[in-house]
Each structure stands twice: as C-alpha cells, then as structure tokens.
Design a protein around this ligand. Structure first.
Ligand code: AHR
Length: 314
C-alpha cells in the first residue's frame, strides 16, 4: 500500500516537471494590432491568432483602436512581460524610433506585418512582410484607365493619413494615371479605411461634383462599400453610372462585384500568420531572414469574380 502511494507521488512529480518544461519552451509573442477598422484587418487578426494556436504560441494581442499611442503603450507592456518576440502592424509610418530602441535594448526581435515604417536605423526591426502597395495603386489605375478609355473625373477615398498603404496607394495610382492625361482626380480625402467614413466622404463628393464623377478609387474595399451605399442613396447606379475600383479583395467586395456594384478590386493578402511565425522562429533560431518579403497580389473584376468567389479565404 505504502509503495503504491509512493509511486503515485512520483508520478505526480514527473508530471509537474514535464508541465514546467513545456511551459518554459512555449514561445510568448506580443502582437500589436492596429484595430478592427476593416474586414481585411479582421482577417489578418484571425490569421495571426489561428497560426499562434496551431504552433502552441502564447499570443498576447493588443488592439490599438487605430491609435499609435496605444500601440506604443502595448509594446512597452510586451517589454515588461519579457515576450520572446513582437509582431507589429504599425498604424502609421513615422514615430517608432524611441519605442523600438527600447525593444532593441531588451533584445526582443520585431517582425513588422502588413505596413512598413520610416526609421533612420533599419536594425530597429528584423523583417517586414507586406504587399507592394505602390504596385496595387498602379494596377488599379491601369485597370481604370482602360475601363474609362482614358477620359473622366475621378474621386479618391484615401486610407488613414500617414499610413503606408494610404501614401503608397496614392503614389502608385498617380503614377499609373500619368499614362492617361484625360483622367483627373477632382477630389481626394481620407475615409480612414472604414465603411462609415467612406460613405460620409463620398456623400460630400457627390454633393460637390454630382454627375461629374465618372469613377471612385478607394484605398480599401470597406470605403468602396460605403461609397456604393452613398451612390445608391444619391439615386445613381454604382458599377454603371459611377465606376468603383478598390483594393483588398475581401469577401464583401466579391459579393459586390457579382452584384454588379463594384467593378474591380486589387487583392491585398491579409493571411500573414504563417509567414510571421516562420520569421519569429527563424530569428529565434539565429537563421537569416530577408529584410522585406513581398506578398504577391492579383487583380479581380466583374469578369472573373463569380468564378473565384467560392474559393476566397477571407
Ligand atoms: O494595411 C492594409 C490596409 O489596412 C488594408 O487595405 C485595409 O483594409 C486595412 O485597414
């Protein structure tokens, strides 16, 4: 009886020791997410969360509600928590140096996902995994130029001021438009990447320009979907009276293309979880990682939306 009890105690001790070991081997990663402003953003969050779960990573996620100061606060908390790595989706490009210097001093690797930053010292982050936003803007302009036969007035719904995709998608679009001198951007304003702001700004554009507007270029699908609502409420047909082109390729955009209301969406892949954790693991194993990994994107329009909608993952 005594020896049975002793065996039981021994078994308990072994289990505790194993538990401790697996806990200490578990990676802890802090993820500073921008917010939940768009369907794209939600898909990115889901991708990072599910990949962390798959790999047994303890993920500490913080939602910044589109404010840089919240992201900086979250990063300082991650340092205090001594996380093994930080994944950062930076809301805007500038203002990161002081906090990233603190991260570097704490010897915590930084993986940037989706948006880039401007820093004088590139060693403040390890790697960036993102789409080529300039190229997305160029693809949208090229498609629109052909659709409008190079003639017409365009209104532009920009993303969050100071954000890499807003800056680069504007730049790329303007570069693409240079080939079509008959196309003009007559109004351009930020809709902050949200559907409600996109609708609000489009209403103002329609009031000011009315039937003068031949097309809307929105820096993301959510703003385009908001603009579509505004166009309909103004008694016009989106997709016909006003051509709508945007970026992201989310499910809602495909549904709108199939319904004939959205004309074109340039994909921007948000499923960055696997690549982000591959990078974290490689850095921690001392393996070299590229400074930048560009995610490949495709263009979809009403000619192929119906064929691919069922296979879309976000
Ligand atoms: O940084 C990627 C952009 O941010 C997506 O296009 C947009 O939907 C999101 O909010």
């Amino acid at each position: 009886m005594k020896s049975l009890r002793a065996l039981h105690v021994l078994a308990l001790l072994v289990t505790c020791a194993c538990d401790k070991q697996s806990k200490s081997n578990k990676l802890t990663v802090g993820f500073s997410q921008i917010g939940a402003e768009s369907a794209w953003r939600t898909a990115e969050t889901d991708s990072i969360r599910s990949e962390a779960e798959k790999r047994g990573v303890d993920l500490k996620m913080s939602d910044a509600q589109q404010k840089q100061e919240n992201q900086i606060r979250a990063i300082r908390t991650f340092i205090a928590q001594k996380v093994d790595a930080i994944i950062l989706a930076p809301v805007i490009e500038t203002g990161w140096e002081p906090v990233l210097r603190e991260v570097k001093r704490a010897k915590i690797p930084v993986v940037l996902v989706d948006r880039g930053i401007k820093v004088s010292d590139e060693s403040l982050y390890d790697t960036l995994i993102a789409s080529d936003f300039v190229q997305e803007g160029r693809m949208a302009a090229e498609w629109l130029g052909k659709k409008l036969n190079g003639q017409g007035n365009i209104v532009e719904l920009q993303g969050t001021a100071g954000a890499a995709p807003a800056i680069d998608r504007k730049k790329g679009f303007e570069e693409g438009l240079a080939r079509f001198p008959g196309l003009k951007i007559v109004k351009s304003q930020s809709g902050d990447f949200t559907r409600s702001k996109g609708k609000e700004v489009m209403e103002a554009f329609l009031k000011a320009e009315g039937k003068n507007i031949k097309a809307v270029y929105a820096h993301n699908d959510d703003m385009a979907l908001g603009a579509i609502q505004a166009i309909e409420e103004a008694g016009l047909k989106p997709g016909t009276d006003v051509i709508v082109v945007s970026i992201d390729g989310v499910k809602g955009a495909f549904e709108a293309m199939v319904a004939g209301k959205l004309n074109c969406s340039v994909e921007c892949n948000p499923l960055l979880g696997p690549a982000a954790f591959d990078a974290v693991e490689a850095i921690r194993a001392g393996k070299p990682v590229p400074k930048k990994t560009i995610v490949k994107d495709e263009l979809f329009d009403q000619s192929n939306a119906r064929d691919v909608i069922a296979s879309r993952k976000y």
